[in-house]
Design a protein around this ligand. Structure first.
Ligand code: AP5
Length: 217
């Protein structure tokens, strides 16, 4: 099954994608993670996008479509792909359709995660990740079992994202409403859109997503 998780910054896309990877053997394609990896390894493309990302603006369609194309043609995804943070513009959505056709795959459903803007600030400013294995946490909603120690790898090397501040979040939200929210109508018109309450607990959202996926499996 190939799905898109669609929602504003902090909606919980990455959190739920990680669960689907564990539970359903799916492959997560997060353009945000790919771009951050390029940025931290200092590639030419990473250096080019660093400032854009830190300010919360969108990277060009050409770059992100190229990243997705590379993964779609090389990754082995028996359980299917989860598109997390892609597509984000109508041009990206059109390109995804073309790329999926090219590799003989289809998009099964798009799950919108609905969250109020007021909840996003708290989610974004409280987020941190393990610098060693990338596991995601939150100061209030998802603390490590042992304070200061990663549940997954046991290291104590936590970090925060450069764009996880109120100023960048404003720009990211504006980009979401201007460029990404039109995708809701785009996929609704194709009969592929489902919507879940992203304000529920992490477990509750996971249950709603499982219900949405059951309708297409
Ligand atoms: P990207 O990495 O995609 O960031 P984003 O869309 O802003 O989404 P986030 O990762 O911030 O949020 P999320 O929905 O994954 O939430 P999470 O699960 O972590 O993109 C970053 C940048 O890269 C962009 O600004 C842009 O510059 C560039 N970029 C990326 N893709 C691009 C594209 N396609 N085109 C152009 N540019 C692109 O959850 C957040 C926090 O809340 C966590 O701490 C979590 O523990 C907690 N939480 C999650 N769910 C719940 C819950 N149900 N209840 C309570 N807490 C919860």
């Amino acid at each position: 099954m190939n799905i898109i998780l669609l929602g504003p910054p902090g909606a919980g896309k990455g959190t739920q994608a990680a669960r689907l990877v564990e539970e359903r053997n799916m492959v997560q394609l997060s353009t945000g993670d790919m771009l951050r990896a390029a940025k931290s390894s200092g590639t030419e493309m990473g250096n080019m996008v660093a400032g854009v990302m830190d300010r919360g603006e969108l990277v060009t369609d050409e770059i992100v479509i190229g990243l997705i194309e590379e993964q779609l043609t090389t990754a082995d995804a028996a359980g299917g792909f989860i598109f997390d943070g892609f597509p984000r513009t109508l041009a990206q959505a059109d390109a995804l359709g073309v790329l999926l056709d090219k590799v003989g795959k289809t998009l099964d459903t798009v799950v919108e995660m609905r969250v109020d803007d007021s909840a996003l600030v708290k989610r974004i400013t409280g987020r941190f990740t393990c610098g060693n294995c990338g596991a995601g946490y939150h100061e209030e909603f998802k603390k490590p079992r042992v304070d200061g120690v990663c549940d997954e790898c046991g290291k104590s090397d936590f970090k925060k994202r450069a764009d996880d501040n109120e100023e960048s979040l404003k720009t990211r939200l504006m980009a979401y409403y201007k460029e990404t929210s039109p995708l809701l109508g785009y996929y609704y018109a194709k009969g592929q859109l489902q919507s879940v309450d992203g304000l529920a607990s992490i477990e509750g959202v996971a249950g709603s997503i499982a219900g949405a996926l059951d309708t297409v499996s």
